[in-house]
Design a protein around this ligand. Structure first.
Ligand SMILES: [Zn+2]
Length: 285
């Protein structure tokens, strides 16, 4: 992930500052190649461009992002987008300079962009109030966003451009699976919403099986959705667990959890989820 220079202004960068930066660049001896009339930064993707089909714009493993301006702050203040729960996605989409289909982004890469965009806009310090889940005390934290790094993946185990991988279960069944993209996550969310009515009456949580049905792309060479679905529904818990452990090991990821220790009681949570609300991108909002 791109490390941001500590000298970078901690507060949001104004249009004036961007103009000044470019004015400085224009008078410096070495000509700066300026492709756009706005400031941008190349961001390294956690996937390093693996797991996208050959020729895909994300294959390079880098993505050009613009610095946040008042235009993007307008997105953040849109009550409609906030209500729809899409405000952060719209923001990231607006910041991406390259022509890419946002739905194609692997979840890990999307999270990488999220952290990078926040650091570019306001620096790595994230002041946030965390309510202790044990005693309810409000803790004021200053989280260093530079701690959220991509998982160390052994990329030598993968072939660049390959988007599907094989896995063999104990009974000899061979499946192929893929890593989820933002687009997949949206479909899964809709599926789960659809099942919710049924599952509530039955008291069943379909979250896990629904996800597996999207991750697994074929069973013994058969790519039919009905076949995959039947296979997942009949999967033994122990096999499901082993497969999920395997997935956790090989899936590109940015761990967005941090260690939390309450000021008011002895509660410690090593895996607290980083709160990613609108205030993540708009300190003091
Ligand atoms: Zn507490």
């Amino acid at each position: 992930m791109t490390k941001v220079d500590d000298n970078y202004p901690k507060q949001g960068i104004s249009n004036e500052e961007i103009k000044r930066k470019f004015a400085e660049a224009a008078i410096s001896d070495t000509p700066t190649p300026i492709k756009h009339d706005f400031a941008t930064e190349m961001i390294d993707l956690p996937s390093q461009g693996y797991f996208y089909p050959e020729g895909h714009p994300l294959c390079s493993g880098k993505l050009e992002m613009k610095y946040m301006t008042a235009k993007e702050e307008d997105i953040l203040s849109s009550a409609t987008l906030i209500k729809q729960g899409v405000v952060i996605d719209r923001l990231i989409q607006a910041l991406i300079v390259d022509k890419v289909n946002y739905n194609d982004l692997l979840v890990a890469d999307k999270n990488g962009l999220l952290i990078a965009a926040r650091i570019l806009a306001y620096g790595p310090q994230y002041d946030v109030e965390i309510t202790c889940p044990s005693c309810g005390a409000k803790n004021q934290l200053a989280i260093n966003l530079n701690q959220f790094e991509s998982k160390d993946l052994d990329f030598s185990k993968f072939t660049k451009g390959e988007t599907e991988f094989e896995y063999r279960f104990r009974d000899g069944k061979v499946i192929t699976y893929k890593f989820l993209t933002h687009g997949d996550e949206k479909i899964i969310e809709q599926d789960i919403k659809g099942y919710n009515k049924v599952s509530r009456t039955l008291g069943i949580d379909t979250q896990l099986s629904t996800r597996l049905k999207h991750i697994i792309t074929s069973v013994d060479g058969n790519r039919e959705k009905a076949v995959v679905s039947k296979f997942v529904d009949g999967l033994l818990s122990s096999d499901s667990l082993t497969f999920r452990r395997h997935l956790k090991e090989v899936t590109p990821d940015i761990d967005l959890t941090f260690s939390f220790a309450c000021d008011s009681c002895d509660h410690i949570d090593d895996k607290m989820m980083l709160p990613l609300g609108v205030s993540f991108f708009w300190p003091g909002a």
